[in-house]
Ligand binder design. Structure first.
Ligand code: GLU
Length: 400
């Protein structure tokens, strides 16, 4: 009898977490590694969030909380959705979870049955299809190539919907490409969704504050309030407030779904960390003006990485509208030989070569469902980024 379940055997370890962990191990072993693997901002956690965590510890706020979050944090999240997205949620329509990934995992676990389908535009964040598969459902991958700006068209969405479709996963700005849908583009998808009332929408807005060149982010329910009763609007503290390790994700959605998530969470984590909840509450309630400053810093980094990768023969990079990722097409490197005489057959070979030859960790495109490419997370300082891009230039120039 097999030790592992069929469910666990259906999924792979997360490639983003895996490459990042490997890069940290190599660094600890003394290798000069620059990790562009993790989607993790290098900025500090805002002081006021740090202070709130320390105060919560001092005040003894270290007991169990309600399974799906404290009333204080739920109210802070409600105020955030109102302030940033113009969406009104009741407290009973809010759930707090152990990171955005956990929010998505819970939502899928609470709703999917074998045979259900979930539409996932590719390139996708690594965990979407695996979470769906873990639940025994089927990811329906819609390929959105670079020449379409990595965006799904209304026609593609229409063609992907079947009577079995349970969810559309909609992530804008996107991980791993940084592509963000304009209001007009969202409107086009909304038209299709209106025709298919059985389809739920998981709007993953985690990168909403990181947009460039006056791009105007719009949350799906903000654009289409009539879809509110079948949309889960997902967000979290990780990317905006650099609170990746604190693990606070949250969502607003219809009460029956929120209730189901609470039931599941009461049987798994019991509650998200009480101290992290207090910190996230302060992060959401404090001054928010630094978010625009950080977005400007990310934009400078984006421009730096685009200009330096633009000098590399064999790479083609689309200019992203948001997030902190670029997704260069590396088809021009496939078939080339490394100084060690190895042929680069896949984008995983390219990523391995960059790591072994120059100590730059990136995540191969196969993990995100569109190859050959790789993902660079430019959430590092400009100095580190410049060094990393010089290394990539050198590694690519050494290929024959
Ligand atoms: N979301 C980030 C990334 O894509 C963090 C790691 C993960 O959870 O995938 O790198």
């Amino acid at each position: 009898m097999s030790l592992t379940s069929k469910a666990i055997d259906r999924i792979a370890p997360s490639a983003t977490v895996g490459v990042n962990t490997r890069a940290a191990e190599l660094k600890a072993e003394g290798m000069n590694v620059i990790s562009l693997a993790a989607g993790e901002p290098d900025f500090p956690v805002p002081d006021f969030a740090q202070e709130a965590a320390i105060q919560a510890i001092r005040d003894g706020k270290s007991k169990y909380t309600a399974p799906d979050g404290t009333p204080e944090l739920k109210d802070a999240v409600r105020a955030k959705f109102k302030r940033d997205n113009g969406i009104d949620y009741d407290r009973s329509e809010i759930t707090i979870n152990v990171g955005g990934k956990h929010t998505i995992f819970n939502a899928m676990m609470a709703t999917l049955d074998v045979g259900d389908e979930v539409i996932v535009p590719a390139p996708y964040w690594v965990s979407y299809p695996d979470i769906v598969q873990f639940c025994g459902a089927t990811p329906v991958i819609v390929e959105c190539p670079a020449d379409a700006g990595f965006k799904m068209t209304p026609q593609q969405l229409e063609a992907a919907i079947t009577p079995k479709t349970k969810w559309l996963v909609f992530n804008s700005p996107s991980n791993p490409t940084g592509a963000a849908y304009t209001k007009a583009e969202v409107a086009g998808l909304v038209e299709v969704l209106r025709r298919h009332p059985h389809v739920w929408i998981l709007a993953d807005d985690i990168y909403e504050h990181i947009v460039y060149d006056d791009f105007e982010f719009v949350s799906l329910v903000q654009q289409a309030p009539d879809l509110k009763d079948r949309t889960l609007t997902v967000n979290g503290a990780s990317k905006a407030y650099s609170m990746t390790g604190w693990r606070i994700g949250f969502a607003g959605g219809p009460k029956p779904l929120i209730d189901a998530i609470r039931k599941l969470q009461s049987q798994s984590t019991t509650n998200p960390c009480a101290i992290a909840q207090a910190a996230a509450c302060a992060a959401l309630q404090g001054p928010q003006d630094f978010l625009a400053d950080r977005a400007r810093a990310f934009q400078e980094r984006r421009d730096l990485v685009l200009s330096m990768l633009g000098q590399v023969d064999g790479l083609k990079t689309v200019k992203p509208e948001g997030a902190f990722y670029v997704y260069p097409d590396c088809s021009g490197l496939i078939g080339k030989r490394t100084p060690d005489g190895k042929t680069l057959d896949t984008d995983e070979d390219v990523a391995t070569y960059l790591l072994e030859s120059e100590g730059v960790a990136v995540v191969h495109g196969a993990a995100f469902g569109l190859s050959p490419a790789f993902r660079i997370s430019y959430a590092v300082s400009s100095e580190v980024l410049e060094d990393a891009c010089e290394r990539i230039q050198r590694a690519c120039a050494a290929l024959t």
